[in-house]
Design a binder for this molecule. Structure first.
Ligand code: HEC
Length: 501
């Protein structure tokens, strides 16, 4: 049987080659980070695939489907494993990279394996960045806005890139779709291809082994069983830690993204971007050197990280000595220590300043409140489209249409933005003549108006053609009956269809 398979595929001898491969200097726990990163990647792919069964990428469903994922214990656990798996994967990539630097394992002939490795680090970070947006809660929205704005700062292609990633001038469904496509298709495909290249090159060169030439030849060992056991044991420990954290510290879901709350919300980045956040928080936006104005913001967000990446890619060519001895590579080792120290210091600085800023702002509600409020707002209503005649206090479809189309300006609860967008809650026009409200929503509104003593002079878009008559009836019923103390009569689809100015 094995023979039959071997003759047709060569799998058996391939496996044998792989298992009996020499591990120069013998097996060691120093070498487990690479395989554990691979293991974390598999955890991410498996949990990620299952999460796509439950997640719906659009501005009106992303947060809602995430909330549904939180409300079911099984999918909640799945998401928590995916969340901690991401952190584990990035931490392991960093540890693996650090070990390679310390051991000088990037030296000839392994330069390309190193370059592919740095590209893998970058791909993993992009995966983290794009995944951060998907829940579409307050933090997801505003933290991603920071990274999108940073992209836009890049000279030359920056604004174009921002527009492409954002899918237009403002964040919305198109942004979620772009990030989703990157997160579940493009980046995983790139990741798997790069890992394939990384491992193929690894098989070609073999492991680098210990630093000293002598040790390498003296105590050679085999991959199977010793190294295989250490790799397996460490991956297993990583898995136990991920599951443990997923159970005791699952991620937090905040209220749905509300762009109008920019002034009262301080986003918190993923921990692996804290150092960049810290750098940005540390520098003043501009420095004046005589007649010269230098945008330090640009330096901190684009120039420094790009230079860092270039230096990282070039490490095998910057450290050209043949020796991998610690004594002969003091410069590299000290440089690494300083870089790691600065990254940790910046991260701590970002952590402290972000927490201080958050403390000065209204706190986010406890998660139980967020989840149950949302339940009340979207599930207790009448079935979609069934507003005719019923004096429903809340209707599911109306709330949804409102959240998707109106809340970005008028606020999630219809409170408006003083002086810019009028409130719809406790607004006598909204609860007054239904014909007038239908006219405003169908045809839009501009020109000076006054609500509760505050004057507004903006542009309300026309919704005729964009929303169906049924949706318009539902959303008007919703704003008339459910926002603030509004308790006015519902509006039917027939009233909208029969509206004459
Ligand atoms: C792009 C921002 C924006 C969006 C989105 C938006 N509105 Fe408005 N809305 C406005 C502005 C601005 C005004 C005030 C116009 C003026 O000053 O004349 C307004 C006015 C109104 C008014 C009249 C209030 C009054 O006191 O006269 C109603 C009713 C209303 N909007 C309902 C809605 C509904 C329902 C939706 C969703 C289908 C919606 N709006 C979406 C910006 C918006």
């Amino acid at each position: 049987m094995l023979n039959w398979i071997e003759q047709r595929t060569g799998f058996v001898s391939m496996t044998k080659d792989f298992l009996t491969e020499d591990v120069p200097g013998g097996a060691s726990y120093w070498y487990v980070f690479g395989s554990a990163t691979l293991f974390a990647m598999i955890v991410q792919i498996v949990t990620g695939i299952f999460l796509t069964f439950f997640y719906a990428p659009s501005a009106s469903t992303a947060w809602e489907s995430t909330r549904a994922i939180y409300l079911n214990p099984f999918t909640h656990f799945l998401l928590a494993v995916h969340y901690w798996g991401a952190s584990a994967m990035i931490a392991l990539v960093f540890l693996h990279l650090l070990q390679v630097v310390i051991f000088g394992a990037y030296k000839a002939p392994r330069e390309l394996q190193w370059v592919v490795g740095v590209l893998l680090l970058l791909t993993t970070l992009v995966l983290g960045l794009t995944g951060y947006l998907l829940p579409w809660d307050m933090d997801a929205y505003f933290a991603s806005q920071v990274s999108l704005n940073i992209t836009g700062l890049a000279p030359g292609l920056g604004p174009v890139l921002q527009n492409v990633a954002q899918g237009g001038g403002a964040m919305g469904t198109a942004t979620i779709n772009r990030f989703f496509g990157l997160h579940v298709w493009l980046m995983p495909a790139v990741l798997v291809l790069l890992v394939g290249a990384h491992l193929t090159i690894f098989r070609h060169n073999g492991p680098a082994g210990p630093v000293q030439e002598k040790q390498r030849v003296q105590r050679s060992g085999r991959f199977w069983p010793d190294q295989m056991f250490m790799d397996g044991a460490f991956s297993f420990i990583v898995f136990i830690i991920i599951v443990f954290l997923a159970l005791v510290a699952p991620p937090y879901l905040d209220q749905k993204a509300d762009p109008t709350r920019a002034a009262t919300f301080q986003p918190y980045p993923a921990w692996y971007f804290l150092s960049l956040f810290g750098l940005l928080a540390l520098v003043p936006p501009e420095v004046h050197l005589g007649p010269l104005t230098i945008s330090t913001e640009l330096l901190a967000t684009i120039v420094v990280p790009t230079l860092f990446l270039i230096v990282l890619l070039l490490v095998p060519w910057l450290d050209r000595s043949r020796s991998r001895d610690f004594g002969a590579r003091q410069g590299v080792l000290w440089g690494t220590t300083i870089v790691v120290g600065v990254i940790i210091a910046l991260s701590i600085y970002a952590q402290v300043t972000t927490v201080a800023k958050q403390a000065a702002l209204p706190p986010s509600p406890p998660e139980a409140t967020v989840l149950s409020q949302a339940e009340a707002a979207t599930t207790t209503g009448a079935p979609a489209g069934g507003a005719a005649g019923a004096a429903a206090p809340a209707n599911g479809n109306g709330a949804k249409v409102f959240a998707a189309n109106c809340s970005s300006c008028h606020g999630a609860t219809g409170g408006g933005v003083p002086g810019t967008f009028p409130p719809l809650a406790n607004n006598p026009v909204v609860t007054g003549d239904p014909k007038k409200v239908i006219g405003i929503v169908l045809g839009g509104l501009h020109g000076q108006i006054s609500v509760s003593g505050m004057s507004y002079n903006g542009q309300m878009p026309a919704w005729k053609g964009t929303l169906s008559n049924g949706d318009i009836a539902d959303v008007i019923t919703y704003i008339r009956g459910s926002l603030g103390n509004n308790h006015a009569s519902p509006v039917s689809e027939a009233m909208v269809a029969g509206f004459k100015p």
